[in-house]
Design a protein around this ligand. Structure first.
Ligand code: GLN
Length: 478
């Protein structure tokens, strides 16, 4: 094989392992060497794990004895976002509040990956508690985009996307509450997939917005994303919102051969060259016999404001547990109240505090009708509009982000940062699955930067997104 081992896709690595071209240990060492070499510059990992010799040996043995029967993930080094619990490891959500918190159990996704024989290479940097679109809100410094270190990798799963883009791991897990898998995937030239809400268990993820959160893969190829999804999906008694695995496995065809585009949302705000890549990508579908249709989604302009009400509301409730007593650095005040105040003041960063304040405000008795309930009705209207559009089209497409990766500090005004999510939040508000796939490069300051095309499918039609994504990357899926 000509490619360095750390640059392989999961599928390529799995086949090389089975052919005995290299060992599990070789693959681990190749990724770890790259991670060690680049981490100081890029700040991708908050912690690189020691080699788990037992797990490496067990994976090798399984491949040796089971061959093709071994799971494809067996022996594959994976990077994990720092808000996904791995028993015995720190899970800090990139917050000072949880700097010393060690997970006492595995998240369901962690347990499923372990069962498939995957190896964890380390925990990746992120925006604190997954609040952000750039990984600049980490308490432990920003992560740099490997394609242009003067730019952000996107966020909040910026460490996970940078880990894969820099070939420090073959794939990574992120979490997506409003775009945090898809947006960094677009900024780093990767595939990022957010499943149907409930397709993957949230048990053992550090909760942000419970009605919005989903874990999902960041990978080089669509096929790799599907492999990770297939291993992680399914009902879980620890998360009552999960749905049976076969719900998301049945409908694979684009029966109508129609792609809907809400052109009215693209008229302004999308960079010209990003728009050009988008139009060119859709042309490819036309050549395959697809029709591109305009769809009207009139409530869409309210999606972002609705998200930035619902999400902080849920975050303020979820983060109440971090009080310095049950979690965090308590015991510094002269009484309980002062304890709370000191622990939260010291433990949380600016963005986290801003969202807790905002969330508490929109839930308060004088304002809940004006803000929270209005946002929830916008959510209902969005679901109805998308459902209606899906009577006519198979999927809805737009660019994942209006622009490519931006420079550090460029979006220091919170509202300009929030606008990064204008296209991604709706899939979380509606619970629908969505994927971002690389759609070509644009140039900024003499550097080529990736862009992403985003497809949303009806609930439980996750498989359809792999098919559509594969058509963009040239992978034949189904
Ligand atoms: N960028 C969005 C936010 O700041 C989305 C975050 C996420 O998906 N975790 O809330």
């Amino acid at each position: 094989m000509t490619k360095p081992l750390n640059q392989l896709s999961i599928v390529e690595a799995a086949s090389g392992l089975r052919a005995k071209d290299f060992s599990v240990r070789d693959l681990w060492d190749a990724c770890m060497a790259e991670a060690v070499a680049k981490n100081e510059e890029l700040n991708v990992f908050l912690e690189l794990f020691d080699a788990n010799e037992e797990a490496i040996a067990a994976a090798q043995q399984r491949i040796d004895t089971e061959g093709e029967g071994a799971p494809l993930l067996c022996g594959i080094p994976i990077a994990m976002k720092d808000n996904i619990l791995i028993e015995g490891h720190v899970a800090s959500a990139a917050s000072k509040m949880l700097e010393n918190y060690t997970a006492t159990y595995d998240a369901t996704v962690t347990a499923k990956l372990k069962e498939a024989g995957a190896l964890f290479i380390g925990r990746t940097n992120m925006d604190e508690f997954a609040m952000g679109s750039s990984t600049e809100h980490s308490a432990f410094g920003s992560t740099r985009n490997p394609l242009d270190p003067t730019r952000v990798p996107g966020g909040s799963s910026g460490g996970s996307s940078a880990a894969v883009a820099a070939n420090m791991a073959l794939a990574a897990l992120g979490t997506d509450t409003g775009g945090s898998i898809r947006q960094p995937a677009a900024h780093c030239g990767l595939v990022g997939f957010k499943p149907t809400y409930g397709a993957i268990s949230r048990h053992g993820l550090i909760a942000l917005g419970s009605s919005l959160d989903q874990a999902g893969p960041l990978t080089h190829t669509v096929e790799d994303a599907k492999i990770l999804f297939d291993v992680m999906k399914g009902e879980d008694s620890m998360d009552a919102t999960t749905i049976p695995a076969d719900f998301c496995a049945t409908k694979t065809s684009a029966a109508k051969k129609r792609i809907g585009v809400p052109y009215h949302l693209l008229a302004s705000g999308v960079d010209e060259d990003v728009r050009a890549r988008f139009d060119e990508t859709l042309e490819k579908f036309k050549e395959e016999g697809y029709e591109i249709c305009e769809v009207q989604l009139p409530t869409s302009p309210y999606a972002l404001p609705a998200y930035y009400v619902v999400m902080p509301a849920e975050a303020s409730a979820n983060l109440a547990r971090f009080d310095g007593i049950r979690y965090g650095n308590g015991g510094k005040g002269k009484d309980l109240l002062e304890d709370y105040v000191i622990a939260k003041t010291e433990g949380f960063g600016h963005e986290t505090k801003r969202r807790i304040l905002l969330g508490t405000f929109v839930l308060s008795s004088g304002y809940i009708d004006a803000y929270y309930r209005k946002a929830q009705s916008a959510r209902g209207a969005l679901i109805a509009e998308y459902d209606k559009a899906f009577e006519e089209v198979d999927v809805i497409a737009f660019p994942t982000t209006p622009s490519p990766a931006f420079k550090f500090g460029e979006k220091s005004d919170p509202v300009s940062m929030y606008l990064e999510d204008v296209f991604t939040v709706t899939a979380n508000l509606t619970g629908m699955p969505a994927i971002s796939v690389p759609m070509g490069m644009v140039e900024r300051d003499g550097v080529q930067l990736p862009t992403g095309i985003h497809f949303t499918a009806p609930k439980c039609q996750d498989e359809l997104l792999f098919k559509m994504g594969g058509m963009v990357t040239g992978e034949e899926i189904y």
